[in-house]
Design a protein around this ligand. Structure first.
Ligand code: SF4
Length: 462
């Protein structure tokens, strides 16, 4: 899927009433639960401010915190690999898997591995990848990609999942969520026991202690990090936070914003592989740290804010555009408002030029963001950048210049109103306006403008 086809896919999604109702229902429940647990915290705004400052501090000094994290992790006997780009990261991961002659890997949900297209690369090289998060397991069975960063199968109803399991797993049809979950659990348990390599993402990596923290609800990530003999943790550089003491702050913000929970069912803190004094866990812990253009982004005075994101998904849940078109329409690993900010700046601005325009600029995303990223203003700045780079059509550019010229003069505005009124009268509701009238009627233009009514009232002393 490509972001360049956003308009086509968005049009299809908007026409799919069933899809829209599933997305609205799922995001609505998340928002309601979030509202309840956030209202319990009196100093929520202070927490957001503090988190924003900490993210700023980390991103502004990313090289130094990265070095500190790597030193700490190596002290903990983790094997740390740095990858400048996606290709290098994939090669590192593949080489680790090949060295231990593994043919199957179990994997927990990780947006970075989606960014790397890791599953495709491994499968092309003969390695079976088993997604173990229930939502990811569902989208993998369906041959799809996640449509949300925290709820990958948000676009599917329980009936869709029942049909999928019936077809792909050859079980009798049942849309009972408890039965469906039990089937997935039973199938996955065997895979956990057989796999020699477990792959996970990372939610937070603390620079002072080298600790990796993973938050989840199903314990599948914990099984990926403990049962196989090799654990590969994949993270991008912005997952680093300065100190282990900062972790409670982010653990207060993330689950509340993501799933409306006070705390997720499992929070796993990993300090290293098994050792003489700590005999549980994997024999080897590999940490693969991806830059993928982020160090460059961290230098940009405005866009660096995109790296403050803690991937809670709340901005997607609240966004009226996301609610209408869903995640797949964006054609990016990261959908919704943060996806529309990250995709053009981190990946390809030309391909993703429509994404910053997929916003009403209502600011709901900025208001809900737990780390106070000024999302809607970033979307606005990116629109300007896209126009400055010449990616918009000349017709649109001429139209905007003309619009500005009219709006800067009351006389011209009044004249334009009269011209509009004349054509509306002449053509009626068939008056064409590209991009607007194929879906809606042109609005009726009043005979008299507000300005002329005011003038006449003033003249008659009203
Ligand atoms: S931008 Fe903010 S609200 Fe959106 S996913 Fe990131 S942290 Fe959450």
């Amino acid at each position: 899927m490509k972001s360049s086809q956003f308009k086509i896919r968005a049009r299809q999604a908007v026409g799919d009433a069933d899809l829209r109702s599933k997305i609205k229902k799922a995001t609505g429940i998340s928002l309601l639960k979030r509202e309840q647990v956030v209202s319990e915290i009196a100093d929520w705004e202070d927490l957001r401010r503090r988190a924003h400052e900490l993210r700023k501090e980390t991103v502004d000094n990313i090289d130094s915190y990265l070095r500190r994290f790597i030193e700490s992790a190596r002290r903990n006997n983790a094997i740390v690999h740095e990858a400048d780009d996606h290709k290098t990261a994939n090669k590192i991961i593949y080489d680790i898997i090949r060295r231990v002659s593994a043919h199957t890997v179990v994997k927990s949900k990780s947006m970075i591995t989606e960014e790397l297209h890791l599953n495709t690369m491994l499968e092309e090289n003969g390695i079976r990848v088993i997604e173990t998060d229930l939502g990811e397991y569902i989208v993998q069975l369906a041959g799809e990609t996640p449509s949300h960063i925290t709820a990958p199968a948000l676009h599917k109803s329980k009936e869709d999942i029942a049909r999928l399991f019936h077809e792909k797993l050859n079980i009798p049809y049942s849309d009972d969520p408890v039965k469906l979950t039990a089937v997935a659990r039973e199938r996955l348990r065997d895979e956990f026991l057989k796999a020699r390599v477990g792959i996970t993402g990372v939610n937070f990596a603390t620079a002072d202690t080298g600790t990796l923290t993973i938050v989840e609800n199903e314990a599948n990530a914990r099984l990926c990090t403990t049962l196989p003999e090799v654990h590969i943790a994949i993270m991008s550089i912005e997952k680093i936070i300065p100190s282990f003491d900062d972790l409670p702050l982010f653990l207060k913000l993330l689950p509340r914003s993501a799933s409306g929970q006070r705390m997720t069912s499992y929070v796993t803190c990993i300090n290293g592989p098994r050792s003489y004094h700590n005999p549980d866990g994997p024999r080897q812990l590999h940490i693969v740290i991806l830059d993928g253009g982020r160090k460059q982004l961290a230098k940009h005075p405005a866009w660096k804010e995109a790296l403050y994101c803690i991937r809670c998904g709340a901005c997607m849940n609240i966004c009226p555009i996301y609610q209408s078109v869903g995640g797949h329409a964006y054609g990016s690993v990261y959908p919704g408002p943060i996806g529309s900010v990250i995709t053009p700046t981190l990946f390809n601005m030309k391909d993703a030029q429509d994404l910053p325009f997929a916003s009403s600029l209502c600011g709901a995303c900025t208001d809900i963001c737990p780390v106070k990223i000024d999302l809607h203003h970033h979307l606005l700045f990116e629109r300007r950048e896209i126009v400055n780079r010449g990616y918009k059509s000349s017709v649109e550019k001429i139209g905007m210049v003309l619009w500005r010229w009219i709006m800067l003069s009351p006389g011209r505005l009044e004249f334009a109103g009269r011209v509009g009124w004349f054509f509306r009268k002449l053509l009626g509701k068939n008056m064409p306006a590209p991009g607007w009238t194929p879906h809606r009627q042109f609005p009726r233009i009043p005979l008299r403008s507000f300005r002329s009514i005011m003038r006449s009232d003033k003249k008659h002393g009203k």
